[in-house]
Design a protein around this ligand. Structure first.
Ligand code: FES
Ligand SMILES: [Fe+2]
Length: 385
């Protein structure tokens, strides 16, 4: 699915990306960054470093889920963000709000995972909260003579639904609209959720993200899946702010050789992977988009939350079947990546390397590490003032 091109000025048009890809195909080249990068292994193994990274996640406006995951009033998504249990819910007024997912009685989570509810009822003693977070009822309320219900609603977290994505920020001073104003519009209007799932991977979260940001591994890792239909080590890499976009062409892009014009659409001829710093990947596939939130759990454990969305009509079963077929294919490639990433995690523990080495082809990864280091420094400076 193509992303909306409004507000995408920092990025090349499809026509320009396709042109660059043809030049690379013809010259057996790929985009190269201007420097290599060495990332110390201790930055993947250290608890202290992970805590600094979690602080970044707690102080930034970050994607929580696509709007389509909270389509109707009462729909909620709850999960941990940087170790803090949060819940986002669409209210009866259609507004999405986020809260710390902790009952104001004794802290139990009001819900886990995804669902739809008219009222959020705590599973411990039954305190009930309206979808706007206000405390509605307390069973046997006469036992709490000092509790003022008006002041014991769920604790809000800054939340905004912008261009089809739900952003949250745990910093009370947050201005989400301002923070994300320069992001391109990635979600199609009126999209809906096809499915969502989550998976725990025994690897550091950065190893997982790195595997999505380069095409240098296509031939070796994806011998029988992506390599037969794509290209090894042929990507177009762009950065916008702390984020990046990597174009992975399919061999079917050859059909665009004779097409000219700035309106050329590369949908179905390449996959764009948008890396929204620091932990979100949005990938375009024929007919659908995948939003993946990579949640660090500890230094060697990551939870991957995946949302598959589309704007194809639900009655168009033929097209939807072809999307699901395509996703089965992509899932096989994803399993190959997961195996490699877990192997790289064991490699971190082996003591063989002091640092991981990233080539000129892997410049989107260098971009990630450059900005992570900067953000950690900035946060440390702001704390010491
Ligand atoms: S902890 Fe929620 S009702 Fe007691
Ligand atoms: Fe891969």
């Amino acid at each position: 699915m193509a992303v909306n091109t409004n507000n995408k000025k920092q990025l090349l048009s499809d026509a320009d990306v396709v042109q660059k890809i043809f030049e690379h195909i013809d010259n057996s080249t790929t985009d190269k960054g201007d420097k290599t990068w060495k990332e110390p292994v201790k930055n993947y193994r250290s608890k202290e470093r992970l805590n600094a990274e979690l602080k970044i996640l707690q102080h930034r406006s970050i994607v929580f889920c696509p709007s389509g995951a909270l389509a109707k009033p009462g729909d909620y998504v709850s999960r941990d963000v940087a170790g803090i249990p949060l819940i986002a819910v669409r209210g009866l007024d259609s507004k999405i709000r986020a809260f710390r997912n902790a009952c104001r009685h004794r802290g139990v989570q009001l819900a886990n995972g995804h669902g739809c509810a008219r009222v959020l009822v705590c599973p411990y003693h039954g305190w009930a909260y309206s979808l706007d977070g206000s405390l509605r009822s307390i069973p046997h309320e006469h036992g709490f003579p000092d509790v003022d219900k008006a002041t014991r609603g769920l604790v809000p977290v800054a939340c905004a639904e912008i261009n089809g994505l739900v952003f949250i920020n745990q910093d009370p001073q947050a201005d989400i609209n301002n923070d994300v104003s320069s992001l391109p519009k990635l979600m199609p209007d009126g999209h809906r959720l096809l499915r969502s799932d989550n998976m725990v991977i025994k690897a550091n979260w950065k190893l997982y993200i790195e595997s999505a940001l380069e095409g240098y591994h296509i031939r070796e890792t994806h011998k029988d899946t992506f390599f037969p239909v794509q290209y090894d080590n042929l990507t177009v890499v762009e950065t916008f702010g702390e984020n990046s976009r990597i174009a992975f062409p399919y061999q079917a892009i050859e059909a665009l050789r004779k097409k000219k014009g700035t309106n050329l659409c590369a949908d179905g001829r390449l996959t764009y992977v948008y890396h929204l710093f620091p932990n979100v990947l949005i990938s375009t596939f024929p007919g659908c988009l995948q939003v993946v939130v990579i949640e660090p759990i500890d230094e060697s454990t990551t939870c991957q939350h995946t949302y598959l969305i589309t704007d194809i009509d639900e009655n168009d079963t033929e097209l939807l079947d072809s999307i699901f077929e395509g996703q089965k294919f992509a899932a096989n490639g994803a399993i190959e990546d997961q195996k490699i990433v877990m192997s790289a995690q064991r490699g971190l523990m082996s003591g063989a390397n002091e640092y991981l080495e990233f080539s000129l082809f892997e410049s989107a990864i260098s971009h990630l590490h450059t900005h992570l280091a900067k953000e950690i420094e900035l946060l440390a400076e702001s704390k010491s003032q």
